[in-house]
Design a protein around this ligand. Sequence first.
Ligand code: PBG
Length: 324
Amino acid sequence: MGFPIQRMRRLRRNETIRRMVRETTLSVNDLIYPLFVQPGEGVRHEISSMPGNYRLSVDELIREAVEVEKLGIPAIILFGIPSHKDENASEGLADDGIIQQAVRALKNEVKELQIITDVCLCEYTSHGHCGWVVDGQVDNDSTLKMLQEMAVSHVRAGADMVAPSDMMDGRVGAIREALDKNDFSGIPIMSYAAKFSSAFYGPFRDAADSAPQFGDRRSYQMDPANGDEAMREVELDIEEGADIVMVKPALSYMDLIRRVKEEFAMPVAAYNVSGEFAMVKAADKAGWIDGERVMMEILLSIKRAGADLILTYFAKDVAKILAG
Ligand code: PBG
């Protein structure tokens, strides 16, 4: 039974009918907004490759968070830029580090907003790698101890959720164990479970000043060619206690968002990363695309692929559009 009995266009005749059969909807509840915090006061430094995104001092971060909460966005994820970087990532682990200060201040000012912290060493290490370096290699197991310390100090400061993004083996289990031992068994972990070694992180590394000073991240982040391996990464993180699993980046990895959602029936997050954001902004500025429509189409398709949550630098813009 096909044409002319079947006519697909019948359900596309007008906007109301299209609305009735629409399968996917984007909601403000799906959004997580990434923010960058640095030391100082009154600092609001625009990141040149990420228009509309800033490195903020804690006072400015609070103003931003209040606005984000008013827009109904449920969560932010924080990245820190320390005043000083060293081999030990000292400021990342310290109870008075920039993230810890920011979280403490935020918890006094915004009550509903969930504060997620990115747990990774690369923003704090002088060499820019995501772990402890021995003979030019990132050492997995000694890095785990540092990540445990970092996660516990974030939660002690008041973080509602931690998000390890380092791609060390065993880090979700290690962080779960450390949190539980410190009476934080109720704090969820959103793991960057399938995180690829991607050129799409370029603008983020400008923002966080976290480009590796030697080599690259291919000995710990995943090879973009590998899908089955991503499924194993996700499975292991779930076994180790991940509450939400993330695929990152989003657009070149839509197949995995779908596979992960179908295979594991877990809350799935997708990170619409800095390079994906920057491309849209640049093309919009050049007048080559309608940036707003492209933004909505991208986020909707990430949702359709299977993501429940989307980390995106577009969060505020989208929330405004959704609010009408
Ligand atoms: C830290 C981290 C990175 C991103 C999130 N957490 C950078 C990287 O791994 O090099 C990238 C986010 C983005 O590009 O928007 N490890």
